[in-house]
Design a protein around this ligand. Structure first.
Ligand code: GDP
Ligand code: GDP
Length: 463
């Protein structure tokens, strides 16, 4: 989950220019699909050795009427809400305007870290405006010229410690407890609650699937449900690789492979491109939605990407699209489930939902499946419960006894979540057959209700 910087400020101060400078042409590609309205634009920024996500409210036109101002305000608040820090830009040549004060107010209330950037600072014409910027009470302004690339080293100097601190925080949260603690400190049977996605840390979802599976249609349908800014005055194009939204109340960041692929005009490049897009999407995502075309499900490419998602340890939801075209749904569903079990045994128990991206049917269920997959992926089972369970499993089906000495499994603990990972201490771990590991993994899946998430289980010796 990367550090997110929001660029905010009134129209025309140079936000897009800076966004494009940070993100570069490689990601700020323009989608030629008309009629898609976007509210926030995101990209992966590079600044020297720093890598972070940048969010921009670019494309907003000068706010003339009341309602547009209100929405700009809302949009800015949302951008601020999802960011770790904000770069508030003013136009130093124009000086501080009343509209700038409005943004400054929002930022003082809402943002933890505000970086004030006085843009268009190349040359003397900006001197007066630069001094005025101090009066905003947001600290020392940075002298920037987005157009000429000036002030980037100063921006780097301010951002580097913030990013470092944020990454240290995330590492601490996600750090696996590698050392197995034998003291059983959590012998209560309470599970830690899963941290739900928030605006600042939205749930990262990727929709992957072969060309024509309906990814664009699905994403547009989801965007359509909860679009913050609508109407012609927004005029924002869908031109970045991830889209932020509230999906039925869940803050979600959606990785847009479809939009990316659509930009590849050359037909014979399509296949290759969509595979590498899929790869990037899987790396990005916490939950991967594998979108299948009900008419031609489980093609080689679908299997490849689903397998990749599993190997990368992502939560997976299978969505079967174009269900509106099916006539014999009952039989088809049975056949699909059978195929799924046969072709993707590694994803045993992953939710399979039928949808129609075109009509929007089934999207509620898809939303719920994504959330529950995320919950399961985050699950932590208390050690005491695990060890009681292990005792039962051992009794039911003892480990083998190569050379007459039964392998002992002494202790088990969950060392990590996202996906759940377990370690079992064993007397001779190298002699345990794969079938025994599978027995335990499948048991965990069923007894602790962890369908559809990759489960890692390793055996360790005690020496
Ligand atoms: P946004 O509406 O805040 O996204 O602003 P834009 O990035 O679209 O920039 C508005 C105008 O200011 C454009 O004409 C840019 O070329 C110009 N601009 C952006 N940055 C600079 C700068 O550093 N110096 C000067 N002189 N002009 C700039
Ligand atoms: P992508 O390549 O995965 O982004 O697929 P598109 O979203 O471009 O869809 C490919 C084609 O399938 C288009 O002609 C869509 O209209 C159609 N399509 C997408 N979803 C559905 C659906 O749920 N039902 C039907 N009948 N057609 C769909």
């Amino acid at each position: 989950m990367s550090f997110t910087l929001a660029i905010v400020g009134r129209p025309n101060v140079g936000k897009s220019t800076l966004f494009n400078r940070l993100v570069g042409k490689r990601l700020a590609l323009v989608d030629d699909q008309p009629g898609v309205t976007r509210d926030l634009r995101e990209g992966e920024a590079r600044l020297g050795d720093l890598r972070f996500t940048v969010v921009d409210t670019a494309g907003l036109e000068e706010a003339t009427d009341e309602s547009l101002q209100g929405r700009m305000r809302k949009l800015t608040e949302r951008a601020v809400g999802m960011a770790d820090a904000c770069l508030f830009m003013i136009d130093a040549r124009a000086g501080v305007l009343a509209a700038d004060e409005v943004f400054a107010d929002i930022l003082r209330k809402k943002s933890a870290h505000v970086i004030l950037g006085a843009n268009k600072s190349e040359g003397r014409a900006a001197d007066a405006g630069f001094l005025e910027a101090y009066a905003l009470g947001l600290g020392e302004p940075l002298r920037l010229s987005a157009e000429h690339g000036e002030g980037m080293a100063e921006l780097h100097a301010v951002l580097a410690p913030l990013i470092e601190a944020a990454e240290a925080r995330i590492d601490a949260e996600a750090a696996p407890e590698i050392d197995v603690d034998l003291s059983e400190d959590d012998d209560e049977d309470m599970e830690a609650p899963v941290r739900m996605p928030t605006a600042a840390r939205p749930l990262q979802v990727a929709v992957v699937g072969r060309p024509n599976a309906g990814k664009s249609t699905l994403i547009n349908q989801i965007l359509g449900e909860d679009r913050l800014l609508t109407g012609p005055e927004a005029g924002i194009t869908r031109d970045s690789i991830s889209l932020s939204m509230d999906w039925q109340g869940t803050p979600v960041r959606l990785f847009d492979t479809a939009g990316m692929r659509k930009r590849a005009k050359v037909q014979d490049k399509l296949e290759k491109l969509s595979v590498s897009d899929g790869l990037r999407a899987v790396k990005f995502a916490e939950v991967v939605v594998v979108l299948l075309d009900a008419q031609i499900p489980f093609e080689a490419q679908d299997l490849k990407i689903a397998d990749l998602a599993e190997r990368e340890g992502r939560a997976v939801v299978i969505a079967v699209n174009k269900w509106d075209l099916e006539t014999d749904r009952q039989d088809k569903l049975i056949a699909l489930k059978e195929e799924f079990a046969r072709l993707l045994p590694q994803l045993r128990g992953a939710p399979l939902v039928t949808v129609s991206a075109l009509t929007g049917r089934g999207l509620d269920r898809l939303h719920d499946a994504v959330i529950s997959a995320y919950m399961v992926w985050n699950r932590r089972v208390p050690t005491a419960r695990l060890n009681r369970w292990l005792a039962g499993m051992l009794e039911m089906h003892p480990p083998p006894a190569p050379g007459g000495r039964r392998i002992k499994l002494r202790y088990m603990t969950q060392v990590k979540t996202r996906p759940p990972a377990f370690v079992v201490m064993a007397s001779v771990p190298e002699k345990l057959p794969e079938s025994y590991r599978r027995y335990l993994v499948n048991g965990l899946r069923e007894d602790f209700e962890m369908p559809g998430t990759p489960i890692r289980l390793t055996f360790r010796g005690q020496g």
